[in-house]
Ligand binder design. Structure first.
Ligand code: GDP
Ligand code: IMO
Ligand code: MG
Length: 425
């Protein structure tokens, strides 16, 4: 049995969905512990492509139970759409999907507030959020004005929602944004509450019973370390703890019950939304990564910014999360490049940084210090064993692991299950 946390090591979209799907062959529970429908996790199974936002990526394996734990903020409209969509594609979630009674609910007014707050920002302060209402929902949680999944089971729910919705309308009006019809919202959510009732359970008890029964549990992180509310490029971050520590608070499973941490890391770097990105490329190499890597957001469709691998970020993520193994993805995207650059430090105003500075104004001005390695200039797409890789590819991957203080567990060379080299996991 094992309890494993899997999280993103960069700015999200590292390929977590694919790796979760690969690892869930022998897993009993897959658990989302933070974030919400801002996530977009892609899983390709045969000819079918699924993009999951709130439902754990284990749902495509019949043997798994899938938990949306207390740390997640749940958009009921979005989760219903996902449940219905999966059913259309032949995946029945009945008896396999459980949502924590302690998880916060994202209401449409959170999305309106998200959009209004972004619209009120200057070009310098805009975050470039997914506009899924994530920040306002977590703000309500911290402010203790949120409603939770368990409140849907309470006969007072319409009254509770009315008072929250009226307050949100006042805030929207104050910001000069469009307001909404409170009674229509209540009617919509009373209906959604009926739909959601069968899924709501005390997942803290359920998960801790699974731990005692020595079940295999896989925690599925959303976003990535550099978007973490504490450790990311604040304020250009999301509003939750995306790092491995978040798995304990976000699920109610105690830290000492976690056996292993797997970090998902791309063989280069991408970011979507605003904020500093030291190795970002604006040249042909950047365009090549975007095109060959199909770097478009799985949730918003926005083009992702692309750049060279940043080992300063990798090492920082390895340290904060306690990464035991990397699942390194998208090596195949580098197949045609003659020379590869790796950022090993930053320089700013005569100072050399070997860890990520906390101040974004400094990070923004940092220039990457690169070392170069030769590319392999041949396809790795059909490689099925690590030993079949060209020497230059092995050397590149080994150097990334060396610079970031973690061992290689999995290497991914394509979006499909079959394009996965299992080394130590
Ligand atoms: P997540 O948010 O971390 O789950 O990642 P996304 O699903 O948003 O983005 C990763 C994208 O890369 C998806 O389109 C995956 O299908 C794709 N992908 C995953 N692993 C690989 C890989 O090794 N090679 C290639 N070419 N694509 C991959
Ligand atoms: P997955 O799980 C990449 C980014 C947004 C924005 C910032 C804040 O698919 O890796 P938010 O809507 O959360 O308030 O936006 O975080 N962001 C992501 N970037 N992948 C994600 O999720 C992301 N979720 C949020 O683009 O910069
Ligand atoms: Mg994604």
């Amino acid at each position: 049995m094992s309890t494993t946390v899997l999280m993103g090591a960069q700015w999200g979209d590292e390929g977590k969905g694919k790796i979760i799907d690969v690892l869930t062959e022998n897993v009993d529970f897959v658990v989302r512990y933070q974030g919400g429908s801002n996530a977009g996790h892609t899983v390709e199974v045969g000819d079918q492509k699924f993009v999951l936002h709130l439902i754990p990526s284990g749902i495509l394996r019949e043997n798994t139970k899938n938990i949306v734990a207390n740390g997640v903020v749940v958009n009921l409209i979005s989760i219903k759409e996902e449940i219905d969509g999966l059913l259309k594609d032949g995946v029945d979630v009945t008896g396999r999907l459980f949502v924590s009674d302690r998880a916060q609910i994202v209401f449409p007014y959170h999305q309106l507030l998200d959009a209004a707050k972004e619209a009120a920002c200057s070009a310098e302060t805009k975050i470039g959020t997914t506009k899924r209402g994530i920040g306002p929902a977590y703000a309500d949680k911290a402010f203790r004005t949120g409603l939770r999944m368990g409140d849907l089971l309470d006969q007072n729910f319409p009254r509770l929602l009315k008072s929250r919705a009226e307050a949100a309308n006042k805030e929207l009006a104050f910001m000069g944004a469009e307001t909404f019809d409170v009674d229509a919202l209540i009617a919509q959510f009373v209906e959604l509450a009926e739909f959601m009732k069968p899924f709501i359970v005390d997942t803290v008890v359920m998960l801790n019973e699974a731990v005692v029964a020595k079940k295999n549990i896989l925690f599925e992180g959303a976003q990535g370390t550099m978007l973490d509310i504490e450790f990311g490029t604040y304020p250009f971050v999301t509003s939750s703890s995306t790092t491995s520590g978040g798995a304990a608070t976000g699920s109610g499973v105690a830290p000492h019950c976690i056996d292993k941490v797997v970090g998902v890391i791309k063989a280069y770097t991408t970011r979507v939304g605003e904020g500093p990105f030291p190795t970002e490329l604006f040249d042909d190499a950047g365009k090549h990564l975007a095109e060959v890597g199909s770097e478009f957001g799985a949730t918003t469709g926005r083009p992702r910014r692309c750049g060279w691998f940043d080992a300063v970020v990798g090492k920082y993520a390895s340290m904060i999360n306690g990464v035991d193994y990397w699942a390194m993805t998208k090596l195949d995207v580098l197949d045609e490049l003659e020379t590869l650059k790796i950022c090993v430090a930053y320089e700013c105003d005569g100072v050399t940084y070997t860890s990520v500075p906390s101040n974004v104004r400094i990070l923004e001005k940092c220039k990457p210090v690169y070392e170069e390695m030769p590319g392999w200039c041949c396809s790795t797409k059909d490689v099925t064993e690590y030993d079949q890789l060209p020497d230059a590819a092995k050397a590149y991957v080994a150097r990334l692991c060396e610079l970031t203080d973690a061992k290689l567990g999995i290497l991914s060379v394509g979006p499909k299950r079959s394009s996965t080299l299992r080394i130590a996991l």
